[in-house]
Ligand binder design. Structure first.
Ligand code: ANZ
Ligand code: ZN
Length: 905
């Protein structure tokens, strides 16, 4: 995911780009054709705020920030394909955002309707939700914010609701949690619709109106005690005079912008209208207007069933209604449920069995009844099955300056007319003043607003709204595949070949909107043939997940958290300077001498728990910083940033560096291509060589899998550390005078160190292959260090300075092949042999595979194992008598390979 150019890289960025960069580098070494692009989500409100507060043009502010962040990305050694760089605020890019808008408009998927905005009556401007404080006041003017209706642009994402839901099941490499969040957001609900007729007084023109309700519980229809409608419902036009002022007052009272997080309880007033119950025509059902029915879900009206719905229950209580129960938890309860006195207070929300007051549906289970009731209603024509989706159309227009202008022209005669595609881009004018007052800055530039209608040529006005920045970011990955295309947003062939994105990495905060919008636009592009083969071909061969899904693998990286100190008494956040960290395990609040409360929380300025990536790189280096980020936690989990433990990574690198020094100048290395295709004779290896060979292959296997499918970089680094330790425990057998000298020196050092063992010797080729492989596998994670090691390995011990520099300039470790691995090498050399005595497992003995006499010599094998078993400390308990004499053995059975030995005594 590309970043917003805020002006500085934070640790979250370091984490996401360390992952993607390591991945890109490793996959290139594996031979993949990798596109690892970078761009900038460069439109948005903060630039405009900077313009108002600091009078710097949003464009200048944005470009400056991009330059700074680009420099920081280089510092973390991220190797992006800068020739594909894009900026959503550049006319070369937003031209195509506008083009896609026109395509959606053409397809009937972009339309206008009225919607509510936050309006600041002093500054006369529209405010984003985050610009309204918790008291419902404007961040700038302090005015009480009002709700106003404006004509706004929408994308009809609801048209794709079912596809967007169904195709989640094709995304086998997305976190289940994200898919579930999307499912909930789409919110499919199966239920029924019922029509309640409202007879009107004879004075009214129409004799009756109907209120349609959507319900997920048709089985509760006999429990309906009232109807509840939203304040927008058209039935309110028929409110009798006796009730009009009360209804109007109620509607007014809900217009205040409420931003406090406490949801108000259910409230409402009677409308004076009554409806006929479709199944019980003699019952008059009162109609209320309430605050808890939303106008744009279902039908904007609800059948109130207080006995079985909690909100309806709570509302009925405010009106003093007697509660009617029609569904019992089970058949045995159905009699009791009718005796309302015996019912505990509250709604019975569980499905169960219908009581005997449900007419022909009595005694059915909820599920049976729901089906039968809907069937009967459809026969009569007053009800039907119905599916509702919670997802709303995407409101994309913003009354802002710093965004892509909506490419529409409003003509008095023709209405809204699209800007002809060949006239794109509609360029955002640069010469603007930013006062924060008087509505959108674009509205104030008359020369820009006034234009002629493309259809009739008459005087017309440009649309002064700009697009939500989520539009910019919902298709940029297509543009990466073809960033310089001047005639199309992207070539269909390139998109068909390159999509879907193989691995998409970013924060879980984008789990819903960004990913859903991207899926919507990709599906639109696919369905309308902008790429792929169109809907007539279900799945493109081998191109899972198909159907226009944009992202195959999704990695949602967890939050980076900082160590946070709070005053144990007041709970106030403490600055690092207010805490004595002499003993990091026992922090002390300097002013009080008390132990502060310590926790891990998302890094933020207000909590004083952030770390600046530049400081980390300055003091520990980019390689150790990257390794630490990747080692501390698996990508999808929270990362507790602990600067203390970064030294672990530095120590690890120092160890690798020492090995590299030891390997430097081994003769084979200096000759030609090195050991790219090293295939040793396993038969001829000694046991130390075999074990080293096994470790190298095991590590290669682990890292290959990690970079290809599991992305468990923390485990990968653990394997590299283990391999490093293993290589440190062996040394190359001498093969040249120079090395011999080197080794002797080393052994002398070892002898001085009391605990050091005499090191095992392995062949120089194998040793060098192992070191080379280690460096290659480490390089994608720690690229600068990797290159440095490689250069050192490749520099002949005795070469002149010129040869050395000519080698290093030509030869990057990333130009070399990723180490392959050999499954057969992974077999353990140690055999654990289980010992059974009279059919019971008693203990194990271990031996080296190579020590076991060959299968052909059964006697020798038996003898070898017998000696091993009787030498074992547990043997005295099971195989010897009190005097330490061996008990007589009737039979000794050796299973092939010495895996099991069975004694019959
Ligand atoms: C009667 C009923 C009885 C209901 C009962 C529930 C339980 P989901 O599942 O989320 O789709 N409802 C319908 N439209 C609404 C609106 N515009 N605003 C607020 N609430 C609305 O929820 C469907 C249920 O939510 C519907 O089923 C309706 O209440 C309510 F024992 O109808 B029910
Ligand atoms: Zn016109």
């Amino acid at each position: 995911m590309f970043p917003y150019p805020s002006g500085y890289l934070h640790m979250g960025h370091v984490r996401v780009y360390a992952i993607s960069d390591a991945l890109a580098r490793a996959r290139r070494m594996m031979g993949y054709d990798v596109v690892s692009p970078m761009g900038w989500d460069a439109f948005g409100l903060p630039a405009e705020n900077a313009a108002i507060e600091r009078s710097i043009h949003p464009n200048e502010w944005t470009i400056r920030n991009i330059e700074i962040m680009k420099g920081q990305m280089e510092k973390i050694l991220a190797d992006f394909d800068w020739e594909r760089e894009l900026r959503t605020c550049s006319p070369d890019y937003y031209r195509w955002t506008q083009y896609l808008f026109l395509k959606l408009h053409e397809a009937g998927l972009a339309y206008q309707k009225e919607a509510v905005v936050n309006w600041d009556p002093i500054d006369e401007t529209v405010l984003a939700n985050e610009q309204v404080d918790s008291d419902g006041k404007s961040w700038r003017s302090g005015a009480v914010v009002e709700k106003r209706k404006l004509r706004q642009w929408f994308f009809k994402i609801t048209e794709y609701a079912e596809d967007l839901l169904q195709d989640l099941d094709r995304l086998h490499h997305w976190p289940e949690r994200v898919k579930q969040m999307q499912r909930n957001w789409i919110g499919k609900s199966k239920g029924a619709e019922f029509d309640f007729t409202v007879p009107l007084p004879p004075s009214q023109a129409a004799q009756q109106e109907a209120i349609q309700v959507f319900t997920s519980r048709p089985d509760t229809i006999y429990g309906v005690q009232f109807l509840a409608v939203s304040t927008e419902h058209p039935i309110l036009e028929n409110v009798p005079v006796t009730h009009q002022s009360q209804v109007e007052e109620f509607k007014e009272s809900l217009k205040k912008v409420v931003t406090s997080n406490q949801e108000p309880g259910p409230e409402g007033v009677p409308t004076g209208l009554f409806a006929k119950h479709p199944f019980l025509p003699e019952e008059k059902i009162p109609v209320y207007v309430v605050n808890y029915v939303v106008s744009d879900y279902g039908t904007g009206a609800v059948m109130g069933v207080p006995g079985h719905d909690e909100r309806d229950y709570a509302f009925a209580m405010t009106q003093g209604m007697d509660i009617k129960y029609v569904v019992a938890p089970s058949l045995a309860d159905s009699g009791i449920v009718e005796e309302q006195a015996a019912i505990p207070e509250g709604a019975l929300t569980a499905r169960g069995v219908l009581t005997s007051i449900n007419g022909e549906f009595s005694n059915m289970t909820s599920d049976e009844a729901a089906e039968a009731i809907v069937k009967r209603a459809s026969e009569h024509g007053f009800g039907r099955e119905k599916t509702s989706y919670r997802i709303r159309d995407w409101l994309l227009s913003r009354q802002r300056y710093w965004g892509a202008p909506i490419p529409m022209i409003h003509c008095g005669g023709c209405g809204p007319v699209p800007v002809p595609a060949e006239e794109l881009p509609v360029v955002l004018p640069m010469d603007v003043s930013f006062t924060g007052r008087g509505g959108s800055p674009l509205k104030q530039i008359e020369s820009w607003v006034n234009c002629s209608c493309p259809k009739c040529g008459g005087a017309a006005q440009r649309d002064t709204d700009t697009m939500d920045t989520f539009v910019d970011s919902s298709w940029y990955f297509f543009r990466y595949l073809d960033p310089h295309n001047k005639s199309l947003p992207f070539s269909p062939a390139k998109a068909t070949a390159g999509m879907p994105v193989d691995v998409y990495i970013g924060g879980v905060e984008h789990a819903i909107l960004h990913l859903l919008y991207s899926r919507f636009l990709s599906k639109f592009a696919w369905k309308t043939g902008l790429y792929g083969k169109g809907p007539e071909i279900e799945d493109r061969e081998g191109k899972e997940p198909g159907r226009g899904e944009p992202f195959k693998v999704l990695i949602t990286q967890g939050m980076v958290q900082g160590r946070t100190f709070k005053d144990p008494v007041t709970g106030a956040f403490l600055k690092p300077t207010e805490v004595d960290l002499t003993d990091p395990a026992k922090p002390i609040q300097i002013s009080t001498g008390l132990a502060p409360a310590v926790s891990w929380e998302k890094m933020s300025k207000s909590k004083f728990n952030g770390v600046d990536p530049e400081d980390m790189i300055q003091s520990h280096g980019a390689d150790a910083t990257r390794l630490h980020v990747l080692y501390k936690a698996p990508p999808s989990e929270e990362l507790e940033w602990d600067e203390q433990s970064i030294v672990g990574m530095q120590r690890f690198l120092a160890k690798v560096w020492k090995i590299v020094g030891q390997s430097k100048g081994l003769t084979t290395m200096t000759s030609g291509a090195g050991l790219e295709e090293f295939k040793p004779e396993i038969e001829g290896m000694n046991k130390d060589e075999r074990e080293l060979w096994r470790q190298v292959n095991l590590t290669a296997k682990e890292l290959t899998t990690s970079f290809q499918s599991t992305y468990a970089f923390n485990t990968s680094i653990a394997f590299l550390i283990k391999l490093t330790n293993h290589i440190s425990s062996v040394m190359p057998s001498s093969s040249s005078p120079a090395q011999e000298q080197q080794q002797q020196q080393q052994q002398q050092v070892s002898k001085k160190n009391k605990s050091a063992k005499i090191q095992a010797e392995v062949s120089p080729d194998l040793y060098q292959y192992s070191v080379q492989s280690l460096v290659k596998m480490l390089a994608p994670l720690a690229p600068a260090f990797g290159e440095e090691c490689w250069e050192t390995l490749r520099t002949p011990l005795t070469s002149s300075a010129e040869t050395a520099s000519s080698i290093s300039s030509k030869d990057s470790v990333f130009a070399h092949k990723w180490p392959s691995f050999d499954e057969t090498a992974l077999k353990e050399d140690k055999v654990v042999c289980g010992i059974q005595i009279n059919g019971k497992s008693r203990f194990n003995v271990e031996f080296e595979m190579s020590d076991l006499p060959p299968e052909s010599d059964k006697k020798a094998q038996e003898e070898f194992l017998r000696r091993l078993v009787y030498g074992h400390e547990r043997a005295s308990k099971w195989l010897k008598d009190e005097n330490g004499q061996a008990k007589p053995v009737k039979k000794m059975i050796v299973v092939k390979g010495g895996k099991l030995v069975s004694f019959v005594l």
